[in-house]
Design a protein around this ligand. Structure first.
Ligand code: 6PG
Length: 213
């Protein structure tokens, strides 16, 4: 598996181009703040919306209208603007098994995501898979709940994220510089354990400063 770094002034536009190139039918959306600009851009892009199944890589265990909800962010930026099948993680119930059942009903017993979008935390986390968390070792379940100081969360596990044909990491800002360096070096951080078929890392200059990208 190779990791390709693409340094861009406008991460959202470049990432949107890569999403459109792949015309994904199954897509998992990242949370956090970085993807908002990409989602806003995708709302105007030519994607097979009617044939797509959209999932989430993780969700805070809050109601869908909570300002901390990843669904709320994606819905405001994209999902409310396009007619697409959305499989929202039930943050309000924080029920990992419920979401796994829904995934199995749609993806079948041997899931393959055409594309997963991921962020990168300054500590090297991705989705809600944090350094040292037991969730990193989960090799049977597709979705698990994790406890964090800010919110309990639901997250896809590494096994399911790694089924992706393509994983695109969106990385912006100087605070991510060290995590990006570690990801590119393949150091043992959660983000480096996503072994998708293809891994693209689209980063801005602030994050990529000092890397040979
Ligand atoms: C979340 C995300 C998380 C995020 C990173 C980066 O629910 O917070 O899944 O993994 O992608 O923390 O967050 P920013 O994009 O806000 O920097």
């Amino acid at each position: 598996m190779t990791r390709k770094l693409i340094v861009a002034d406008d991460v959202a536009t470049v990432a949107a181009e890569h999403v459109v190139d792949r015309q994904p039918r199954t897509l998992a959306l990242a949370g956090g703040s970085t993807p908002r600009a990409l989602y806003e851009h995708l709302a105007d892009c030519n994607l097979p919306w009617a044939d797509m199944e959209i999932f989430f890589t993780d969700e805070r265990c809050v109601p869908p209208d909570d300002r901390n909800s990843n669904f709320r962010m994606a819905n405001e930026a994209l999902l409310s603007k396009v007619a697409v099948n959305v499989h929202r993680m039930p943050g309000e119930r924080c029920d990992a098994g419920e979401y796994e059942t829904e995934m199995r009903n749609v993806l079948g017993a041997t899931p393959v995501f055409d594309l997963v979008l991921l962020g990168l935390g300054a500590d090297g986390h991705t989705a809600s898979l944090f350094p040292g968390d037991v969730a990193l070792e989960e090799d049977r379940r597709w979705v698990v709940a994790v406890r964090r100081p800010d919110h309990k969360r639901l997250t896809l596990t590494l096994a399911i994220l790694s089924t992706a044909r393509t994983a695109i990491f969106l990385v912006t800002g100087a605070t991510k510089r060290d995590a990006l360096r570690r990801l590119l070096a393949g150091e043992d951080i959660p983000a480096a354990r996503v072994h998708a078929g293809e891994v693209l890392i689209i980063a801005d200059k602030a994050a990529a400063q000092g890397t040979s990208g």
